[in-house]
Structure formats: structure tokens, C-alpha cells
Design a protein around this ligand. Structure first.
Ligand code: IDP
Ligand code: MG
Length: 157
């Protein structure tokens, strides 16, 4: 269940800091970039995904050739899961991440600056408001998502 959100453009999106980002010490850098875009962290936890959760999260890719590889990779080390909230959060996060393939991602994006290859691309971000809601429910209970105001939001009116 989503808590009340005052702005109609206010969205929530699921972000995963993937195993390669944790292994390379880039978690803080990635979270910081999203925070500095004005998005608010409303939930965060470290966890090791098991195969069942990975298969559910990536169910849309179950017929792809890379599916098993992807499940093995995402379960290979702990990850950090977050929910970010803000105006147009889904699109803003996708833009800040960059293209799936780091070779095609623009410099200045997370994947364009740090990504190694199409599998080891550091970050997951929901691709639509509808999928965001489903993905958030896979990782977080309603009690784990916080509804609070930042003073800067008041200053911005
Ligand atoms: P996205 O993460 O940019 O939304 P998707 O197409 O949804 O990209 O793919 C999900 C994840 O699957 C990618 O982030 C990447 O880790 C992995 N992936 C996508 N395409 C390939 C591939 O061709 N080989 C290996 N892994 C892939
Ligand atoms: Mg995707």
C-alpha cells in the first residue's frame, strides 16, 4: 500500500544497487547521485537476493538467453534495495542510470561513467510507474516505507 502523496506527479521507484557496485565500492556514489537529483529516500535495506526473489523480480526476462546468468549475477553478493520518491522519479532515475549497455550510455550517467558491460551495469531502476509498484512490493512491506517531509520541499513551495 502506498502512503498518501501530495503532488500528482510524485512517483516512487525501486532502485537496486547491484552486486558489482557493492563489490567495487560504488554504492555511496550511486545513492549520492540520485539524492543530489532531489529524490528522497523513503526505504532502504541491504539484502542477499535468493533465486526465488531474483526470478520473480526479473520474470519479464525469463525467456531470454541471459536469464540464468542474470539470476546468478544478481544473487552473487549482497545488494542494497531502495525506494526513491519524487516528481517524475521513474524517468529521472532511468535518465541518471543511462542506457542498459554501458557502451551506449552517455558520459555523466551512472552506467556511462562506471559500467563495465551489459550485465555488470551497477544499478536497477523500475521502467514504469506500474512496474515500480509491483517491484517495490517484492522488496518492501508498507511499514518499511517512510512518509516524511524534507524542509527543502517546504522552501520549494
Ligand atoms: P534495464 O536494467 O536497463 O532495465 P533490461 O533490458 O530490463 O535493462 O535488462 C535487465 C538486466 O539484465 C540488465 O540491467 C542487465 O543486467 C541484464 N542484461 C540485459 N541484457 C543483457 C544481455 O544481453 N546479456 C547479459 N545481461 C543482460
Ligand atoms: Mg528493466
Amino acid at each position: 500500500m502506498q502512503a498518501k502523496q501530495s503532488n500528482p506527479n510524485e512517483q516512487r521507484s525501486l532502485v537496486l544497487i547491484k552486486p558489482d557496485a557493492i563489490q567495487r565500492g560504488l554504492a555511496g556514489e550511486i545513492i549520492s547521485r540520485l539524492e543530489r537529483r532531489g529524490l528522497k529516500i523513503v526505504a532502504m535495506k541491504m539484502l542477499q537476493m535468493d533465486k526465488t526473489l531474483a526470478q520473480r523480480h526479473y520474470a519479464i526476462h525469463k525467456d531470454k538467453a541471459f536469464f540464468n546468468e542474470l539470476v546468478n549475477f544478481i544473487t552473487s553478493s549482497p545488494i542494497i534495495a531502495l525506494v526513491f520518491q519524487g516528481k517524475d522519479a521513474v524517468e529521472i532515475i532511468r535518465q541518471t542510470m543511462g542506457e542498459t549497455d554501458p557502451a551506449k550510455a552517455l558520459p555523466g550517467t551512472i552506467r556511462g561513467d562506471f559500467g563495465l558491460d551489459i550485465e555488470h551495469n551497477l544499478i536497477h531502476g523500475s521502467d514504469s510507474v506500474e512496474n515500480a509498484s509491483k517491484e517495490i512490493n517484492l522488496f518492501f512491506s508498507a511499514e518499511e516505507i517512510f512518509d516524511y517531509h524534507k524542509d527543502i520541499d517546504r522552501w520549494a513551495g
